[in-house]
Design a protein around this ligand. Sequence first.
Ligand SMILES: [Zn+2]
Length: 316
Amino acid sequence: MALDPIHVGTGGTRLGRVDNTIVRDPVTRIPKIPGSSIAGVMRAYTAMAKGKYPKCAGLGQPERNGAGGHCGKADCPVCTVFGFAKGIGTYGGFAGLAAFSDMHVLLFPVASQLGPQWITCPMALRQTSIAEFSELDDLLEQQVVYRKADGTANQPSLNLGWLFLPVKTDWQPLSEIDQKIEELGIPGYIIGRLAVVSDKLFTHIVNSNLEVRTSVAIDPATGAAEEGALFTYEALPRSTVLFWEVTCRNPKHFKINQGDVKAVDSPEKVRDVVADAYSYLEHLGIGGMGSRGMGRLRVLATKELAGADKPGKEVS
Ligand SMILES: [Zn+2]
């Protein structure tokens, strides 16, 4: 869950309403946090947690004289779990035992006349690869919002941003979705305000309710605002719930420098090494604009979807 707005930028500017845009899924157009960004950040935080910072953090390219770079040792928890490079053109890199999926938006907060609502859609639920969601059908009606049949759901309509949608309570899968989402460790105040819309509406609602901030670049020489330096940037709002997967490979199936992996001896140990960095995510965060109070994430729950050699699931 996002504790701050999160800005993982595209690394450039584009023409349009916002100068600094965030990364989006090319097909759904919904913002996401790329797995490569997560892996890099988690590597740096694990290195801090294990006393291996900065040597085993970063890209690991040694300097020209061969100094620096990843240690690449079989007993290094950072280099075994996150992999290591051995310099350009040199043999002996290792891909790492943990693999990180992209973080997808699962529940997106939007203001309404009933207070904040957390919106999701069948596509976002299916993307979690939770078995019960994988066969989820599309909604009965595309232009309505489905909620639970509680007191507030008796209101005939809900305004979500610029949309004014009729409320319906007859979508059967909703009670099971509630229950499965609760098992992911998502707080009750979010589950009580869950609303489901069609995939198409979800894309519109997310993209028109991103946080857009205006900021001014500061000239380091004068400490004053630079000429023409007003810029805008967008971010996923605070309390967005994201879903990601960490695949933990079995160290017994891999060799490093022709020897066994010594730092970890099971997929569970790989997961534990990754989990040691979670508290850093909560304090140091991910993405850009950290100095403007952005980027902190809390990992809510770790759900094992399968046993050995199958991915474990994370919600944050
Ligand atoms: Zn190392």
